[in-house]
Write a protein that binds this ligand. Sequence first.
Ligand code: COD
Ligand code: ZN
Ligand code: ZN
Length: 374
Amino acid sequence: MATSGKVIRCRAAVAWAAGKPLSVEEVEVAPPKAQEVRVKIVASGICRTDDHVLGGYFPNIEFPVIPGHEGAGIVESVGEGVTSVKPGDKVIPLCLPQCGECCFCLNPDSNYCIKSHFSESQNLMPDKTSRFTCKGKQIHHFLWTSTFAEYTVMPEYAVAKIDAAAPLDKVCLLGCGFPTGYGAAINTAKVKPGSTCAVFGLGGVGLSVVMGCKAAGASRIIAIDINKDKFAKAKELGATDCVNPKDFTKPIHEVLMEMTGLGVDYSFEAIGHKDTLVRDLLAHHRCLCVMVGELASGSVVSFDPMLLLCGRTWRGSVLGGWKTRDSIPKLVSSYLEKKLNPDLLITHTLPIAEVNKGFELLRAGKSIRSVLLF
Ligand code: COD
Ligand code: ZN
Ligand code: ZN
C-alpha cells in the first residue's frame, strides 16, 4: 500500500479532557511497530463505556484520548513479524485481547487475558508509547482499539480476522455490545431451555442478553428498565414481560418474586450500577446472577453472604465469556448465515462529524446503538 511505513493524517474524535464533548480533529497515526497492525476503521458503534470515558469514570484513563472500542475495519499495513493478518483483510479490533500465551488464554474455561485493560493499562501501546499525535501533542489510546480514529494501531493479538463478505457497518457491533450480552446468557449462564430470566438494563448489552436468553430457549424473559421506551425493542427481541421499577413503590425483587412465585432461574445486571447489582442478587430464590456491567472504579458492594450459602451463584462475565480471537470470527460467520441479528440494535447511523450527536442520543435514552461511519 502507498501509505505503508508512512505517517497517515486522518480524522479522529479526540477527547481532550473529561466532561468535554469530543472534537473531530486531524491526527497523525504512526506506522505499526513490530507485532502491530494498522487498521483503517470503516465503522464504529458507540457503547456506554465510551461515554464513561468521556465522563472521567476511569481514573486510569489519561487524556487526551481517542475512545471507541466497537469497530470494524480493513488492515492497511502490518509491522514486522505479523503473520495472522495482511493488508486488505477485514478485521474486528478486540477490546478484550487473546494473547494466546498467558495462563488465562491457555485455560479452556476462561476468556480473560492477562493483557486485558483490567490488568495492563491500554492507554498506551504495550511498549508504553503512542501511535497518535495531534497538534504536536501525544494522544492516548483506549483499550488498544481507539476506533473513533479513521486509522488506528493495535497489537496483533488484539485483532481478529473476519470473513471478507462481512458488512463492516453492521458487524462492528460484534466488537463489544452484542457478544458481551449474548455470550453472558449462552456461555456464562448457560441458560437452559424452559427457564425464567431477568435482564436488568436494556441498552445494547442488555438487549443482547435478551437475544441470548431467547436463543437458549428461555420460556420467560423479564426485561427491566427505568426507560419504558426500551420495552418495544425488548419485546421484539424476545422479552415476554417488561417491568419499569418506577411503576412500583415496593423493591423490584419483591415485584419479581410476585411475578414468578419462586423467583427467576437466571438474572443479568447490564446497567453497571452497584445498587442494581445488589438488588439483582437479592431478587431471586434459586438463581445464577451474572454481572455484566462494569462498575465505576473503586465501587464497593455489600450484601448478606447468607444469600450465597443457600445456593445462589454470582458470576462475572467479560465480553460474554468468548475467547475473542477464536470466537468473534465465528460469530461473524453465524451472522452471515443469518443465525444472529445484531442489526436490530442499530437505531442510528451517523457520520463521524456527528459523533457528539451520537452521545447525546445515548444519554437521552433515545438510541440503542449509533454506528459512526468514516
Ligand atoms: N434500573 C433499571 N434500568 C436502568 C437503571 C436502573 N436503576 N439505570 C439505568 N438503566 C438502564 C438505562 O435506561 C439503559 O437503557 C440501560 O440501563 C443501560 O444501557 P446503555 O445503553 O446505557 O449501556 P450499554 O448497554 O451500552 O452498556 C452498559 C454496560 C454497563 C453493560 C457497559 O457499559 C459495560 O459495563 N460493559 C461491560 C464491561 C466491559 O466488558 N467493558 C469493556 C467494553 S464495554
Ligand atoms: Zn463496550
Ligand atoms: Zn492472554
